[in-house]
Write a protein that binds this ligand. Structure first.
Ligand SMILES: Cc1cc2nc3c(=O)[nH]c(=O)nc-3n(C[C@H](O)[C@H](O)[C@H](O)COP(=O)(O)OP(=O)(O)OC[C@H]3O[C@@H](n4cnc5c(N)ncnc54)[C@H](O)[C@@H]3O)c2cc1C
Length: 436
C-alpha cells in the first residue's frame, strides 16, 4: 500500500509531489493534485503578480477554467476575444474568422488577459486548493536517489532547504529545468523564430464586438500580433526570423518601431499610439525535449516543449498537459499498476496537441497558407474544422480530422499552383534553419 502523506501529517520538508514553477502549468497541476488529497509543494522563483508574455487565450481554456473553478475570476480581468483578424500585404481587405464558426459551438470566444493578473489567479487558487506554494523560492538542484523518491534543493532569502518528495513535476517553463539537467532539450529542427514585443497605449482597435479580437499581420520578415487588453493597453509583437533580429543595431524599442514601420496596416493602427515601456527581444525559442516523463517525474507545459505563439496555443497546451499529467502523478502514487497506461495517454495526448498545431505553425508564413486563410471556404467543413483547431478543440472528440486532412490537401494543391512563390518561401525557410 502506498503511503499518502496529508498536509496535516507531513513533516515540513516531506511531500508527495514537488512542483517546480508557478506559471499556468504548475499552478494547474498543483491545484488538481491538492484537490485529490495529495500533499503538494510548489516553488516559484518569482513573486506574483509578475510580468509574463502570452496574453491571448483560446476558447478551450474556458472549459479548463470551469473545471478548475476560476472562470468567474478570469472573466473579471479578461477582454472578450470572439475571433481572429488576419491582415495580408497582398490582399485588399482583412479577414475575420470567428470562433462561433467552429464545428462545436460550446465555447465561442476566449479572453485576452494580462498574464501578471491571470497567473496570480491560478497561483492563489492552488494555495486555496491546499497546495503549499512558495514564492521567491528557486529550485537549484534535484536528485533521484536509487532507493526511491526525489530530493529537491531550494534557495530562498533565508537560505537553502532540502525537500523529500515522492514525485517531481517540472513546470519551469522556458527555463526547462529538467531538460537542461538531463541535457535532453533540443532546438526544434523544423522551426526557428524570434520575437520583439512591447505594450502601447492609444492603439486604434477594431470597432464594436470585434474590439477584443486578436489581429495578425503578415509582413516580409514574419508576422505581428496585436492583442488588445481590458485596461486599454495593447500588446504588439513581431515574430520574425532570428536572422532578421540579428540585424538589430539599435535598442529593442527603436527596433520594434522600425519593424512596425515595415507593415503599413499595423503602422496605421499605431499612428497615435505610444510605447509604454522598453520593448523586449527574445531569441529563437522553438525547442522540444526528447522525453517528457520518467519513473518519478514528468514535465508539463513549456518545460517540455514550445513551438511558436502564432495561434496563442501556449497557455492552453500548458494547462491541458497539466490536466493530463495530474492523472499520471496520481496513478503513480496511488495505483502504480495503472501508471504505465496513464503515462502513455499523457504522452500521446501532449504530442497530439503539439503535432496538430505545429503543422499549421510551420507553414504559417508560406504564401499558400496565407491564401487559404485570406479566402476561407467551408467546402467539406474545412473552415469549421480550422476554427475548431484555432479554438484548441483537440481533446473533445469533435470529428474535425477528415476536414483538416482536406485542408492539408488543399494547401499542397495551392502550393503547386503558386509554385514560384512557394519555392522561394521554402528556400528562405531552409536558409533560416541552416543559419540557426
Ligand atoms: C513571444 C511569445 C509570445 C507568446 N504569446 C502567447 C499567447 O498570446 N498566448 C498563449 O497562450 N501563449 C503565448 N506564449 C506562450 C506562453 O507564454 C507559454 O506557453 C506559457 O506561459 C507556458 O506556461 P508554463 O506554465 O508552462 O510556463 P511559464 O508560464 O513560463 O511558467 C513557468 C514558471 O516557472 C518559474 N520557474 C522557472 N524556473 C524555476 C525554478 N528553478 N524554480 C522555481 N520556479 C521556476 C518561472 O518563474 C515561471 O513563473 C507566447 C510565448 C512567447 C515566447
Amino acid at each position: 500500500m502506498n503511503r499518502i502523506i496529508t498536509s496535516e501529517s507531513a513533516p515540513d520538508n516531506d511531500c508527495d509531489v514537488f512542483v517546480i514553477g508557478g506559471g499556468p502549468a504548475g499552478s494547474t497541476i498543483a491545484t488538481l493534485l491538492a484537490k485529490r488529497g495529495l500533499d503538494v509543494v510548489l516553488a516559484e522563483k518569482d513573486t506574483h503578480p509578475r510580468f509574463h508574455i502570452g496574453e491571448s487565450l483560446l476558447p478551450m481554456n474556458l472549459e479548463l477554467f470551469e473545471q478548475l473553478g476560476v472562470l468567474d475570476q478570469v472573466r473579471e480581468i479578461g477582454l472578450r476575444k470572439p475571433g481572429v483578424e488576419f491582415n495580408s500585404p497582398v490582399h485588399d481587405r482583412p479577414v475575420t474568422l470567428k470562433f462561433s464558426e467552429a464545428w462545436d459551438k460550446t465555447y465561442t470566444y476566449a479572453y485576452q488577459v494580462r498574464r501578471a493578473e491571470f497567473d496570480k489567479i491560478l497561483f492563489d487558487h492552488c494555495v486555496r486548493s491546499g497546495a503549499r506554494a512558495m514564492q521567491e523560492c528557486r529550485v537549484s538542484q534535484v536528485k533521484f536517489p536509487v532507493e526511491g523518491g526525489v530530493s529537491v534543493m531550494t534557495c530562498e532569502a533565508d537560505g537553502d532547504k532540502q525537500w523529500q518528495a515522492r514525485y517531481l513535476v517540472d513546470a519551469s517553463g522556458r527555463d526547462t529545468f529538467l531538460g537542461n539537467r538531463f541535457a535532453i532539450k533540443r532546438r526544434n529542427p523544423q522551426h526557428a523564430t524570434a520575437a520583439l514585443y512591447g505594450h502601447f497605449e492609444a492603439a486604434r482597435r477594431l470597432p464594436g464586438d470585434a474590439e477584443g479580437n486578436i489581429s495578425l499581420f503578415w509582413f516580409e520578415h514574419g508576422w505581428f500580433w496585436f492583442i488588445p487588453l481590458r485596461d486599454g493597453t495593447t500588446s504588439v509583437g513581431a515574430v520574425c526570423t532570428p536572422e532578421y533580429l540579428r540585424t538589430r543595431r539599435s535598442d529593442p524599442s527603436v527596433f520594434l518601431l522600425q519593424t512596425i514601420a515595415l507593415c503599413p496596416e499595423l503602422n496605421a493602427r499605431l499612428q497615435h499610439a505610444r510605447l509604454l515601456a522598453n520593448a523586449t527581444a527574445t531569441g529563437n525559442y522553438s525547442y522540444v525535449s526528447s522525453q517528457m516523463s520518467g519513473e518519478r517525474y514528468l514535465m508539463v507545459g513549456d518545460a517540455y516543449a514550445f513551438v511558436d505563439p502564432v495561434f496563442s496555443s501556449g497557455v492552453y497546451l500548458a494547462m491541458r498537459s497539466a490536466f493530463l499529467g495530474a492523472d499520471v502523478v496520481e496513478a503513480s502514487l496511488r495505483e502504480p499498476a495503472a501508471a504505465a497506461q496513464a503515462k502513455r495517454r499523457f504522452e500521446n495526448s501532449v504530442r497530439h496537441g503539439l503535432r496538430n498545431f505545429s503543422w499549421f505553425i510551420y507553414r504559417m508564413t508560406r504564401p499558400a497558407m496565407r491564401t487559404l486563410f485570406m479566402k476561407p471556404r467551408n467546402h467539406l467543413r474545412i473552415k469549421e474544422a480550422l476554427m475548431s483547431l484555432l479554438a484548441g478543440d483537440l481533446y473533445r472528440n469533435t470529428p474535425i480530422y477528415a476536414s483538416l486532412f482536406a485542408f492539408k490537401v488543399l494547401y499542397y494543391i495551392t502550393s503547386v499552383m503558386q509554385a514560384g512563390a512557394s519555392f522561394r518561401a521554402w528556400r528562405a525557410h531552409r536558409r533560416t534553419l541552416r543559419a540557426t
